[in-house]
Design a protein around this ligand. Sequence first.
Ligand code: NAD
Length: 509
Amino acid sequence: MDLSCLKTLGIDQTNSGAYAGKWRKTKGEAMAVRSPIDGSTLATVNLADAADYAEVSRGSLAAFRRWRELPAPKRGEYVRLMGERFRQHKEALGRLVTLETGKILPEGLGEVQECIDIADFAVGLSRQLYGLTIASERRYHSMRETWHPLGPVGIVTAFNFPIAVWAWNAMLALVCGDGLIWKPSLKTPLTAIAMTKIAAEVLGGEWQALAGLVIGPDSTVGSALLDDPNVPLVSATGSTRMGRIVGPRVAQRFGRTLLELGGNNAMVVMDDADLDLAVRAIVFGAVGTAGQRCTTTRRLLVHYAIYEQLLGQLAAAYKQCKIGNPLEKNVLVGPLVDEAAAKAFDHAVRSAVEQGGKVVCGGGRAKVPGPLRGGAYVQPTIIRCDEMLPIVREETFAPILYVIPVESVDEAIALNNDVPQGLSSAIFTNNVRSAEQFMAAGGSDCGIANVNIGTSGAEIGGAFGGEKETGGGRESGSDSWKAYMRRQTSTVNWGNELPLSQGIRFGNF
Ligand code: NAD
């Protein structure tokens, strides 16, 4: 495999797992980073320990205390320069994402583009961190609400978006005046090292320590981050299992969390839908990234009148999806991230069949050429179910699509909402009433509800996140920036009396 992108991005054979203004001599386990494509070793990272974490935290806090004094548009200028570097290195970064995650190259490049887009968004935002002026009930008083920097933000990232998730958080946090402490997934540490090198280089001498990075076990550096009183906000992206640990633990010390957890996303297809459009959206949503997106389409709720027709069209479309090396042109399905993910796929298919589902296509491991046998390749799978089987309620991070018949929009909405997760949802219909009902208060209970667009592939301009077991956090566009700042209400008395609010009179005082 061509590994030249590693050199371009300054990744060595052996790398340090902690950055605190300079790379530390980490002494933890030497972890081999393997590519899901073929199981080959890309490089080694010496993991960080709790002492390294303490140094990263100290560095980020000290830099934050000065960074918060810098006017926000000046902070935005640093982010603008970062965006330029991401553009310069788009090709190399995109290849590295593919090497480390196994997603196909166009999606790897798309992820870098997402990072460029959020940098651009953050630059504009650096001049728009608006507060409010509020009418005071007291004469000769003025009242205002301002937003101030928060502190070093802990950023815990999932393996499947190793660049974008950090960038969504980091670009906003930096313009908001915060420091960063990044704890990436141990499955994708090289992308984190590459991105930190770029950010630290742009920040330069005085500010380098703002871009803290710590790569190590959850039990040591992960725990240290969750318990760190100097970290007012932990933004954590990953499984609901992880969120169940992180949420209460950070709350214990009255820290804030921003949780972006698992999804179990449904697409409704009504009998008046444009089926060609729907098929394209379903294939991208269910098969893209080998089913390893939080927004992957996992459930299809199809009007019974078009159920068989749509299944037939989908089965034909699935046949055309080439499985193989994600660096190769025309390949649409790369490997799962590791063998454990493939075992979870096997288990889900087995359970679905035991519970009454019928495999329409796929269902097993994919045959791949010899050099790829070190990877975990599975077939994109469609399973027809007469009802919501117990396994359908779980998120299996693999390309399995459960297809369930429905009789009406009401039933489709009820089934859409009948899972513990609440991230993304979509309806395909040409009926404006059905579309509006799906997006109304009594419609989809998800953070994202689309019409004639699939469940995956969000733009950065909107707030991204979900309800229920997805965690309730919102990241990226709109007013998500408010999570990275603290709100202050100030009232000024410019008169020569001291009226109390609510008209209270306190004796002669
Ligand atoms: P994961 O939960 O295994 O790991 C995510 C991150 O959490 C990693 O950095 C991991 O090291 C860390 N972590 C786990 N337990 C921890 C602990 N006890 N203390 C501190 N850190 C801990 O998830 P994954 O397999 O990397 O990613 C897949 C999952 O992420 C899926 O469930 C997917 O839906 C979800 N995801 C959600 C979003 C979203 O925006 N909602 C985006 C991407 C991925």
